[in-house]
Design a protein around this ligand. Sequence first.
Ligand SMILES: [Zn+2]
Length: 113
Amino acid sequence: MTIERRIICGLDDIKSITIECLCRPYGKPHEPPCGARLTTKPTEDKDIPERCPRCGATWEEKRDRRVETGPSVFSTLIVSIAKILNRGKDENEVKNEPKFRILLEFSEPKTDD
Ligand SMILES: [Zn+2]
């Protein structure tokens, strides 16, 4: 018999959002990736930077505002999480609470014992 243990979390349980650079030096596919990390609070409404702060690899293609391509799905996700968590903090905002809650389920971290 297999016993499955699960952890279920809400968006407000997210402590931070980290972006880690997976870029390897050009022409050196066996080198370890850059590994630079950029961590923000989930309530911070922030786009993913265009470039890695350490190695300069392109993380997000520069968006052409004239064509109005809009943000990438990754930036949209981060900005949307911040908007959901920050809702209701602005007095001028129309109160429009959803009738549902979004939960994130994670596998329980593996332990060696
Ligand atoms: Zn990098």
